[in-house]
Design a protein around this ligand. Structure first.
Ligand code: TMP
Length: 247
């Protein structure tokens, strides 16, 4: 997929790591700065994706799902999401924040289910058409602590949350490996810290252009300052020196 004017950011991590809270906060802060922000998620960022999400997480039919089927369903969800939601939003110049993307497949299906890194990478490339996030935050947390947090929030355990502890340890190791091997893009953030502290760390790691007000907002603010100045300046003072000399 071709480079586009927007900026693509993803959040990754095990269940209960606080992704949704951080995404909400980041979106609010960026919008306040005048950026156009699109928040989305995987699986389930499109109408097709929502059907796939149900199948993967809560449907009865999903209980007997083979690991290979699971991998392909996440791939199908991503193929649609990239083309229907993420790509067009980036082309419009928006900041796209996705709750999970291809790195989840690398960690959950590649490392957790041991489906083989080579094939998973190949599928990811196919599903994303080569589109990679500009920046990825991995909110890193001990999986048992994460599952405790997640279960406190909702009683309903989905199919993925019913996995064994060893699976989650492998998933965490998968994310940590990504943070080491793709250190420029993937930033590990310790999720044990408080919400404020994690949010501050996330903000500090953003590209400078996102920390600043959006360019159109800056232009607007400059114009407003000029108008305010004119409004608050007495008429005589506002005249140009030439005009004053003539009168
Ligand atoms: P969540 O986004 O609500 O946490 O739930 C999504 C679940 O699906 C979570 O357990 C992680 C899992 N998942 C994968 O196993 N592979 C993937 O590629 C994605 C996007 C999610």
């Amino acid at each position: 997929m071709r480079a586009s004017p927007g900026c693509f950011i993803t959040f990754e991590g095990s269940e209960g790591s606080g992704k949704s809270t951080q995404i909400r906060r980041l979106a609010v802060r960026l919008r306040r700065n005048g950026h156009r922000v699109r928040v989305t998620r995987e699986p389930g960022g499109t109408p097709i994706g929502r059907k796939i999400r149900h199948l993967l997480q809560f449907s009865r039919a999903g209980r007997a799902m083979a690991a290979e089927t699971e991998l392909l369903l996440f791939g199908a969800d991503r193929a649609q999401h990239t083309r229907e939601t993420i790509g067009p939003a980036l082309a419009r110049g928006e900041v796209v924040i996705s709750d999970r993307y291809a790195d989840s497949t690398t960690a959950y299906q590649g490392a957790g289910r041991r489906l083989g890194r080579g094939f998973v990478e190949c599928l990811n490339r196919f599903a994303t058409a080569g589109l990679k996030p500009r920046l990825t935050f991995v909110l890193d947390l001990d999986p048992e602590e994460g599952l405790r947090r997640a279960r406190k929030k909702t009683r309903r355990t989905d199919r993925m949350e019913a996995q064994r502890a060893a699976f989650y340890r492998a998933v965490r190791a998968g994310f940590q490996r990504l943070a080491r091997t793709e250190a420029r893009r993937v930033k590990r953030v310790d999720a044990r810290a408080g919400v404020e502290e994690v949010a501050a760390r996330v903000w500090a790691l953003l590209p400078a252009k996102l920390q600043k007000p959006a360019p159109h907002r800056e232009r607007g603010a400059r114009r407003k300052r000029r108008l305010d100045f004119l409004e608050n300046t007495p008429r005589m003072k506002r005249r140009s020196p030439t005009l004053e000399r003539r009168t």
